[in-house]
Design a protein around this ligand. Structure first.
Ligand code: HEC
Ligand code: HEC
Length: 193
């Protein structure tokens, strides 16, 4: 575990600046046609439990694509689409989706859950990593406007320690948070712009 952490940290340090600078969105669109069936042509997913990619930080997407390719985040649905891709391909794909506009969320709004999610996200300091307005930053993903079902699934997986990522920050962030509060957090984040 410790050794894996060391390797990953090295990888992140090496990739961080490159990932933000070198992607070409036009090339990414051409390379990303296979992605549209699941994530939507403009990165707005209409599929349950499949994340939207529009307006996500390029660095965050590059990192996840890299983790999928190296099977450090093992998601069978994603594997065939990243296997054999170069780092440049991943950067181009990330640049394309990062430049897309996230569609507004028009799903019904539950004021009690929204209010609870707002309080919790301040108390648990989600913005300290996910950035102002939860728009994501550097390698931390955007939460604002992401699909509610996908975020709830992710939060539940982190809590059960069933979701691997770059580190254990998220496992710690949701430690001991009751199930109803995870749902409130996902409800609130999905309705941020
Ligand atoms: C068959 C459907 C499918 C296709 C096609 C697909 N994906 Fe995915 N993708 C998924 C699923 C499902 C997840 C979420 C997995 C999970 O966390 O359980 C995902 C997650 C991701 C994530 C992580 C997002 C996040 O917020 O963590 C990125 C980035 C991504 N996909 C990019 C792509 C790109 C780029 C392509 C095309 C090269 C692609 N995907 C093709 C199903 C697909
Ligand atoms: C200490 C930093 C940190 C804090 C605090 C934090 N997060 Fe995260 N979060 C991350 C990182 C980093 C990731 C990317 C996952 C990875 O690769 O490990 C992430 C991923 C996520 C994801 C998955 C998003 C996706 O697109 O796959 C959700 C949902 C999430 N966080 C919600 C929250 C909520 C809600 C809070 C507040 C309760 C929170 N986070 C607090 C760092 C943090």
């Amino acid at each position: 575990m410790i050794r894996l952490g060391g390797i990953l940290l090295g990888v992140l340090v090496a990739l961080a600046p490159a990932a933000l600078a070198n992607g070409d969105a036009a090339r990414g669109k051409a390379k990303g046609e296979q992605c549209f069936a699941c994530h939507g042509e403009t990165g707005n997913s209409t599929m349950p439990n499949i994340p939207s990619l529009a307006a996500q930080p390029a660095g965050a997407m590059f990192l996840q694509l890299f983790l999928f390719r190296e099977k450090l985040r093992d998601v069978p649905a994603m594997t065939p689409f990243v296997e054999g891709r170069s780092d440049q391909d991943l950067e181009d794909l990330a640049a394309y989706f990062a430049g897309q506009t996230l569609a507004p969320n028009d799903e019904p709004h539950d004021s009690a859950r929204y209010q609870r999610g707002s309080e919790l996200s301040q108390r648990l300091r989600c913005a300290s990593c996910h950035g102002m307005g939860y728009k994501g930053q550097v390698q931390v993903p955007r939460l604002a406007g992401q699909r509610e079902d996908y975020m709830l699934m992710a939060l539940e997986q982190y809590q059960k320690n069933e979701r691997t990522g770059i580190d254990t920050n998220m496992v710690a962030a949701v430690y001991g948070v009751p199930a109803a509060d995870l749902a409130a957090l996902a409800h609130y984040m999905a309705r941020q712009k």
